[in-house]
Design a protein. Structure first.
Length: 262
């Protein structure tokens, strides 16, 4: 049972859409936003039961949320999703592009289908959602868009080339969008997690040697939690970050500084 932690109403009156929020980081963001009194649209694809349970539990605790099934790589589905959110909650103030996939594949073994699917979820979908959301935000006078990228928007990730290429692209998508959308009072920023304990890292989490290795290269000596990422996303979604746009915030326990020091 998901309980609603006490917040301070930081997102009261705002409507937020979080993509891929049936698990992991997106799930924690939806919970955190609801605790701050946002109306939250929980997008999901495969985790339908988890997303619906999350929405029900949050609503039972006084929140205003709803779960929507949409494949964010599909332009028509994204249009319909944003339209449904606006119809349900009246407006759209915050978009979190969180949905993401990755696949371990050495460069010489990458097939066209996995290149296309990774680029579709990790780069094309944030563009589609951003464009559809920004059109609504323009009408209502502004908003905040937060993309969950990765430390690999900057740092290479051998054997995950499509993922790193997509996240690197997401960095430039964010920077371009920040400039073009600033006159519309729409802010655009990235949050770049390091190693966070979520289902995407199931193979690592199941292997004590890999976990130990991570602890050695993360200066804070542990993996992060989805809730720790959600705190930074909340800051960027809220008016507390009203003068922040075009930036990437790393949430990585210092991992990129470790890499630079090598
Ligand atoms: P996760 O639990 O696997 O979450 C990813 C979510 O994206 C899943 O709920 C998944 O839904 C959804 N998704 C995938 N394709 C989708 C699509 N076409 N349409 C809608 N939703 C879709 O892993 P996570 O760690 O929380 O990942 C969230 C974001 O953080 C990703 O962008 C990831 O790249 C980024 N990130 C994570 C880490 C980390 O260490 N965990 C580090 C850096 C960046 P279904 O599974 O239900 O299909």
């Amino acid at each position: 049972m998901t309980s609603l932690r006490a917040g301070s109403g930081e997102l009261a009156g705002k409507v937020a859409l979080v993509t891929g929020a049936g698990s992991g980081i997106g799930y924690a963001i939806a919970q955190r936003f609801a605790a701050e009194d946002a109306a939250v649209a929980i997008d999901y694809l495969g985790h339908g039961a988890d997303a619906k349970t999350l929405a029900r539990d949050l609503n039972d605790n006084g929140a205003k949320t709803a779960a929507f099934e949409a494949d964010v790589t599909d332009a028509a589905a994204v249009e319909a999703l944003v339209a449904q959110v606006v119809e349900r909650f009246g407006r759209l103030d915050v978009l979190v592009n969180n949905a993401g996939i990755e696949k371990l594949q050495p460069l010489l073994e990458i097939d066209e289908a996995s290149w296309d699917s990774t680029l579709a979820v990790d780069l094309k979908a944030p563009f589609l959602c951003m464009q559809a959301a920004a059109r609504r935000m323009k009408e209502s006078g502004g908003g905040s868009i937060v993309n969950i990228s990765s430390i690999h928007e900057d740092f290479p990730f051998p054997s995950f080339t499509p993922y790193a290429a997509a996240k690197g692209g997401l960095r430039m998508l964010m920077r371009n969008a920040a400039l073009e959308l600033a006159p519309l009072k729409i802010r655009v920023n990235n949050v770049a997690p390091g190693a966070i304990a979520t289902p995407i890292n199931a193979a690592t989490l199941a292997d004590p040697v890999k976990v130990q290795r991570l602890q050695e290269i993360v200066p804070l000596q542990r993996m992060g939690t989805p809730e720790e990422v959600a705190e930074v996303v909340l800051f960027l979604a809220s008016d507390r970050s009203s003068y922040v746009t075009g930036s990437t915030y790393f949430v990585d326990g210092g991992m990129v500084r470790y890499a630079e020091a090598l």
